[in-house]
Design a protein around this ligand. Structure first.
Ligand code: SAM
Length: 363
């Protein structure tokens, strides 16, 4: 089978006529060769006319990676490690920024390993990182033990989510089925699953839960023996995530720098994403043996890491991009950073990025 709708139909039939949304999202994004992250679409970039769909911080300005590198340098030095592991490396832009900034800072980096579900992006990453080929490696999975600094920018939001819908006061799991005309359509089934926080009221309400993102953190906890992980993404603590007023959830699609709320159309041609419940990530991490070293907004984190210093000689254009990274109404507040480390090992050092304005207590 070589078309995504056909593959989805096949899976719906195999699951007895109803596919849970996380299975649908996994196929729509990652089906080899066809899924959004596995096909040849440009995806990342600043302008729709270049064929891109959305922009991420490292695509916006190298100041992002150069500033994050200061945090990476501190974590490498404090943990006595010399490797970086990046999940979901996109075009390789962040890797390039971090490698070159670490070199400029004089922080030894023996190896930079990229773990990505997307094979098509690997070629782009190879092209971006050609000058550092001897230190850059790719892995399909994590090794049994891991020593070093782990990075993931906008990776958790790309992990498949389950959808829960309260309709007429009764909770359902929302999945995908075929309607009478054979088209993909939403279909709800009764479920015992609930959001991690009770959602006050009886009004209709749609939201997401994140078993895959939390399982990812548990795997990380299992493997990370020494070092720290920094995960950056859009999202909030669970009290905000499951606020009664957020009745439409956070699931959204991105295509050509526009967003829409219909993941069932144009399969493979748009990104599908949900915000991150950072409380869920923190709890999964703690339960699996990691400490939360810090949690704050991206704006605060980058300023703490010395963004203004890094940007000292930036031109007007770069300054405008820098503003986007930190301004509250752009990426500064919606995006958050959480840092995790094997229990007990982080006690000896306070990560630079959380020196002021740490919000771990709000999780
Ligand atoms: C929104 S993109 C972010 C790309 C890049 N980090 C950036 O900031 O430009 C999400 C990436 O995460 C990858 N991804 C999703 N789940 C993953 C997992 N479990 N392990 C590794 N990569 C994953 C996707 O393949 C995709 O490349």
């Amino acid at each position: 089978m070589d078309d995504l709708p056909g593959i989805i139909r096949h899976h719906i039939a195999q699951h007895g006529g109803w596919l849970p949304f996380d299975r649908f999202m996994a196929i729509a994004l990652y089906e080899p060769g066809l899924g959004y992250y596995a096909n040849a679409r440009a995806k990342f970039g600043q302008l729709a006319k270049d064929g891109s769909d959305f922009v991420t911080a490292p695509e916006l300005t190298p100041l992002f990676g150069q500033t994050l590198a200061r945090q990476v340098a501190q974590a490498l030095a404090a943990s006595g490690t010399d490797e970086v592991w990046e999940f979901g490396a996109g075009t390789g832009a962040l890797a390039l920024q971090v490698i070159e900034a670490l070199d400029a800072l004089g922080q030894p980096l023996r190896r930079y390993t990229i773990v990505d579900l997307s094979g098509s992006l690997r070629e782009r990453q190879r092209a971006t990182l050609g000058a550092h080929a001897e230190r850059v490696h790719w892995a399909d999975a994590l090794p049994d033990t891991l020593h070093g600094v782990v990075l993931g920018n906008e990776v958790l939001d790309a992990m498949p989510v389950r959808l829960l819908a309260r309709v007429g006061g009764v909770w359902h799991e929302r999945g995908v089925a075929l309607d009478a005309a054979g088209a993909l359509a939403w279909a709800d089934r009764a479920t015992e699953a609930r959001p991690p926080l009770e959602v006050d009221g009886e009004h209709d309400y749609v939201t997401e839960i994140h078993p895959q993102g939390e399982a990812f953190v548990r795997t990380l906890a299992d493997r990370l023996q020494r070092g720290a992980a920094f995960l950056l993404d859009y999202g909030f603590p669970e009290a905000e995530y499951y606020h009664p007023q957020r009745a439409m959830g956070t699931l959204i699609c991105h295509r050509q720098h526009r967003s829409d709320s219909d993941p069932l159309s144009d399969l493979g041609e748009k990104d599908i994403t949900a915000h991150v419940n950072f409380t869920g990530i923190a709890l999964a991490a703690q339960d699996a043996g990691l400490d939360v070293l810090g949690y704050t907004s991206q704006g605060r984190f980058l300023i703490n890491c010395g963004l203004l210093d890094v940007a000292q000689h930036a031109d007007v254009r770069q300054n405008a991009m820098m503003q986007k990274l930190v301004n509250e109404h752009e990426m500064g507040e919606l995006f958050k950073v959480i840092a995790l480390a094997p229990a007990g090992t982080g006690a000896a050092w306070l990560p630079l990025g959380f020196a002021a304005g740490d919000r771990t207590h709000r999780l």
